[in-house]
Ligand binder design. Sequence first.
Ligand code: AMP
Length: 392
Amino acid sequence: MKRTIKEIDVNGKRVFLRVDFNVPLDDHGNITDMTRILVELPTIRYLVQNGAKVVICSHLGRPNGEVNKKYSLLPVAKALVNEFLGKVYFAQDCIGEEVEAKANSLNPGEILVLENVRFYKEEEGNDSAFAQKLARLADIYVNDAFGTAHRKHASTYGVAKLLPNAVGFLMGKEINAISSVINDPERPLVGILGGAKVGDKIVLINHLLEKCDTLLIGGGMAFTFLKAQGVQIGKSLVDEEKLDMAKQILQQAKEKNVKIVLPVDYLCADEFSPTAKAVKVKGDIPTDLQALDIGKKTIKLFKEEIKNANSILWNGPLGVFEFKNFNKGTIAIAKMLLKFKGKAVVGGGDSVAAIKKVGNTDKIYHVSTGGGASLKLMAGEELPGVEVIQNM
Ligand code: AMP
């Protein structure tokens, strides 16, 4: 268990709060989705109410280590003004004497939003001199940037080493929710895996084999497993180099008594295109077709397993859900999860987007705010931005 902001005295202290305010902006600099700001408000409110002088640090987009006003955090600071009227200031830089003076002049309960930390290439390089400059802005470091916790950057790692530290509420919630379902689930625990590449998710699959009772594999990655079993997959996505590994995983699953359910029917197309016509196929796939979604029978099979589950982990879409003719599998599973009564954890940008598209996510036990970070946590990997924080 990591120390949280509740376990440290923040009153009158300058708190360096690393958050993930990597919000989407339109061409006029308007924020088009406030989620990342809204989920951070409980931590900021707590710090403000407890007399901290809050110095907020985030990245936005990929400015590649150069100042680029397109990626300025000013719109975010403005959005915070609506919440914390008269208490929010903006610094045009994230290091330097002027910023230090601003941080030092804050009154308890006031907020200083720093400019995009990725305007410096030293951020992603975890440069120690840069981390020291950030550390001069505060007495305490708090990491609440779950979406960036898998990165070993100056503001997520380097500066944490230099100051007394803790995690914020969002980070605490993410870690607790994901860990509780992975490590102490009510059984059966069903893992639902989709997405494009087996290679990218191999650590996750291996880890889930240790943890889950059943694994449902859909999306592009299913075809490497199906081919490994001798099924004809036509032009479907396959990772030829991972065929042996797929065979090993299927074998291990048998030994560990983990049920792996693979698709048995599909919606196929003759080209990878949003306007391609969907062709229903059962079993072997003709050589001129590629499967872009799971079929009705497979959806039914998956639903049966989900019905029997008491805990669920879901990562990755079950088809090319960006194409409207091939989003049925992903949508069906997303709808099912909205009705699910047990603990379900949904991680990964696409799965979260799918579930948000079909309904109100409040009913789901945990919808993660971090794609890469949630994947790593589900895969049992340590996140540098968490590991660096003091244990309780
Ligand atoms: P990932 O980042 O590994 O979760 O992959 C997400 C991507 O997988 C999405 O952009 C989907 O369009 C893609 N995907 C899902 N199913 C398939 C499929 N059957 N064939 C090709 N790509 C797929």
